[in-house]
Design a protein around this ligand. Structure first.
Ligand SMILES: O=P(O)(O)OC[C@@H](O)[C@H]1O[C@@H](OP(=O)(O)O)[C@@H](O)[C@@H](O)[C@@H]1O
Length: 180
């Protein structure tokens, strides 16, 4: 199986905020997330990111600012950068097929990287992430970081069977230890 993983961004890679992450200055890695992505890349994994960024349509920040956040991340990751970043600038009311829980971003990742995401891990902190993963027949994982604890507290049936890890680093250690 080709080793590819899709990561949600806010709450998984970087700390999240109910006030949105509106600048590179506000973009702060979750503890261990840079090391986790580095470990995946050094183990030969393809790493893609699928992130809802409704803050753009809300006017909180623009695409150039979003790019500066990703430049900050890439500068930290050096030669272990993600292979693809897909974002959706829309609001839930826009009914865009690109916005999670819809699967447009994952389909874009499949096309861009010429991969099949079926069975691949998807790491998120919200129900929208879990639902998007299931719609793509991916293997969903929930992290407690970001909105993960809030998501767990919903006890939504969608969470049944979803493995939970404290953060991305703990999950990646598990995946790499189990030869995933
Ligand atoms: O977790 P990812 O997909 O990487 O990004 C989530 C962010 O775009 C923002 O998504 C918003 O949800 P709404 O877009 O307002 O539903 C809120 O949850 C914010 O707190 C959060 O920062």
């Amino acid at each position: 199986m080709h080793k590819i993983i899709v990561l949600d961004r806010d709450g998984v890679i970087n700390e999240d905020s109910d006030a949105f992450i509106k600048s590179a200055e506000e973009w702060i890695p979750v503890e261990g997330s840079m090391e986790a992505i580095r470990a995946l890349k050094q183990a030969g994994w393809t790493v893609a990111i699928a992130t809802n960024q409704s803050g753009i349509k809300r006017g909180y920040y623009d695409r150039a600012t979003l790019s500066s956040m990703h430049q900050k991340m890439n500068d930290l990751l050096e030669d272990c950068k993600p292979d693809w970043i897909s974002y959706s600038p829309y609001l839930s009311g826009d009914n865009s097929p690109s916005r999670k829980p819809q699967t447009g971003m994952m389909q874009a990742i499949e096309k861009a990287l010429n991969v099949d995401l079926k069975g691949a891990p998807f790491v998120g902190d919200t129900l929208a992430d879990i639902q998007a993963a299931r719609s793509m027949s991916m293997q969903p994982y929930l992290v407690r970081s970001g909105k993960g604890e809030r998501t767990l507290a919903t006890q939504d049936p969608m969470l049944q069977g979803v493995e939970v890890f404290d953060n991305l680093q703990a999950l990646v250690e598990y995946l790499l230890a189990h030869g995933a």
